[in-house]
Design a binder for this molecule. Structure first.
Ligand code: BDR
Ligand code: CA
Length: 308
């Protein structure tokens, strides 16, 4: 079982990623969920992580609340996509429990410090603020990190701006720290996550599973969404990260050098992917670019069926 920490800003697609991880305890040892401001403010992303944990009846996994905003720039949230509470369509009650004591950054540091070298997989699904703070505060944890498998950035067009994907845009400085950290990185940008779209038939089957998790996922995937975000369907960005840990054979990518634009202006948060090695720089990430989406959702449905 691979020890992982999921750092997240739920968000509907974050919620599905968490449920997939909960449904995969045979393969993934989820040591903690750490929350960050992103889709909605951090008090709400923390409440949402707790609501999802309740749904999966997994009170054994600690949730630590994290950064209230990006390293340098002001926080921008995405209620216009996710709804006022970040989980529109899920139909979930308020959380029954509270977050664990200790800041998310401290949680990440403690989990890493207690682990053997190159053993912990960090899975950031939101802005990279917590990870960047942890690496700056405690660089001694870097050797403990096996790999960072993240959702962020884009090979081509952005979604929140023409140039930038949301997680990269919200905290570009943090993403730049992570890309410069020297540990192995697997990047899931919009190039691949916009291919991970469940069909109507698959979404209907999730709703018909008969469990509470399936009902919540169905509600989230069928809620009305604003147009103009780069896709006609309902892309499952963040679940790609967890799915890759389980089924890497469904994905294809390439080792590349990735640069992050941190300046203000229209390119803020742009990730430049040196796909063809023109810059002759050493690669700092494995950039995933393709997924067998139909097969991914077939396997995901099987897993979601095992939840309460
Ligand atoms: C990313 O932004 C968030 O809204 C989603 O949860 C995902 O992590 C996609 O750009
Ligand atoms: Ca997210």
């Amino acid at each position: 079982r691979e020890p992982i920490v999921i750092d997240t800003d739920p968000g509907q697609d974050d919620a599905v990623a968490l449920l997939l991880a909960f449904a995969s305890a045979d393969r993934l040892d989820l040591r903690a969920i750490t929350t960050v401001a992103g889709n909605v403010p951090v008090a709400q992303t923390t409440a949402n992580a707790l609501r999802i944990r309740d749904l999966a009846r997994r009170g054994d996994v600690p949730v630590h609340s994290g950064a209230e905003g990006p390293l340098v720039v002001a926080l921008e949230t995405a209620e216009f996509v996710c709804g006022p509470d970040g989980l529109a369509g899920a139909g979930l009650p308020a959380p029954t429990s509270e977050a664990a004591p200790g800041h998310a950054v401290q949680g990440i540091i403690e989990i890493c410090r207690a682990a053997p070298d190159a053993s912990i997989t960090l899975c950031p699904l939101g802005p990279l603020t917590n990870l960047a703070l942890a690496f700056r505060l405690a660089p001694d944890i870097l050797p403990k990190v096996r790999r960072i498998v993240l959702m962020g950035g884009a090979i081509g067009l952005g979604n929140i701006t023409p140039a930038a994907e949301f997680n990269a845009y919200v905290d570009p400085h943090a993403l730049a720290v992570v890309f410069g950290c020297g540990r192995p990185i697997v990047m899931f940008g919009l190039g691949v996550t916009l291919q991970a779209i469940a069909s109507h038939e698959q979404i209907a089957r999730i709703g018909a599973l008969g469990n509470a998790a399936g009902k919540a996922v169905h509600g989230m995937l069928t809620r009305p969404r604003p147009g103009g975000l780069g896709s006609d369907g309902h892309p499952m960005h963040d679940p790609c990260v967890v799915a890759w840990l389980l089924w890497p054979e469904l994905f294809e990518g390439r080792d590349c050098f990735v640069a992050v634009e941190t300046g203000e202006g229209p390119l803020r948060g742009r990730t430049t992917i040196d796909w063809n090695g023109r810059l002759r720089r050493e690669s700092n990430a494995h950039v995933v670019a393709a997924v067998k989406a139909r097969e991914l959702f077939e396997r995901m449905i099987e897993r979601l069926a095992t939840l309460p």
